[in-house]
Design a protein around this ligand. Structure first.
Ligand code: Z5A
Length: 215
């Protein structure tokens, strides 16, 4: 079906460890492409050559870990490059952008997880992407104990995944607080159930969203 868009849509997907983001992003992508939506699929940290190099530095287990502030500035450096060279140009061309994590992850991980003041993160967000903010954010929500179990079963853990449970509890709390602040932007999916049931919830959401966004 050839879809005609009312406006470009910027969709982000968020969640803690082992929520199944990678798995569910593929479903969302396939669904939007089947609707004929011109789509740019990307991720953070990453999405550009510089961003992918910063991602490698952020996730590596070897060497000295960045301080929380260095970590925050690295994710925002990657984001500055990403927004200016990939996300904003795609939206300007009339494409939709489906992004695996965005600034909400900085609030959740560096703010709630690492304890950096939320106002500092807000200031960076306003500096780096004043005009570029998600229209819809899907939170895949799961109890961190279940999520960590899944991540561990998947294989070797990166630097973030090696954090202790309280870190991930704080990250989850952070996401849920962000949902309360801007409920119209967020849709929360219960990702504790099996994959098929998560997919069903997403299908319902996408049907509703696509119907509303495509003229
Ligand atoms: N980060 C940050 O700190 N600040 C920022 O601003 C940004 C990011 C943007 C990398 O992100 C890190 O960057 C991230 C936060 C930080 N922390 N870490 N790690 P990432 O998004 O690339 O990394 P990730 O969180 O590990 O995402 P992931 O690789 O997409 O993993 P996932 O969400 O856990 O998804 P998955 O691979 O699809 O699922 C994991 C396993 O569970 C897999 O074997 C699945 O088959 C299984 N699974 C998934 N769903 C289910 C259900 N429902 N039932 C049973 N099993 C399931």
């Amino acid at each position: 079906m050839q879809a005609v868009m009312n406006a470009p849509k910027f969709i982000t997907v968020e969640g803690g460890e082992g929520v199944g983001k990678t798995t569910q992003l593929r479903l969302i992508e396939a669904r939007l492409r089947a609707e004929g939506v011109p789509l740019q699929v990307t991720r953070e940290p990453g999405g550009t050559s510089l961003g992918e190099q910063l991602r490698h530095l952020l996730l590596q287990k070897e060497g000295l870990a960045p301080t929380p502030m260095a970590e925050l500035l690295m994710v925002f450096a990657a984001r500055a490059q990403h927004v200016n060279t990939v996300i904003a140009p795609a939206l300007a061309r009339g494409e939709w952008v489906l992004c695996d994590r965005f600034t909400d992850a900085s609030f959740a991980y560096q703010g709630f997880g690492r304890g950096i003041p939320l106002e500092s993160i807000q200031q960076l967000a306003e500096l780096v992407h004043p005009q570029t903010n998600p229209d819809l954010t899907i939170l895949l929500d799961v109890d961190p104990e279940i999520g960590l179990e899944r991540a561990r079963a998947r294989g070797e853990l990166d630097r973030f995944e090696r954090e202790a449970l309280p870190f991930f509890e704080a990250v989850r709390e952070g996401y849920l607080k962000r949902v309360k602040l801007e409920p119209h932007r967020w849709r929360v999916i219960d990702a504790s159930v099996d994959l098929q049931q998560v997919e069903q919830q997403l299908e319902t959401l996408l049907t509703e969203w696509v119907a509303g966004a495509i003229a």
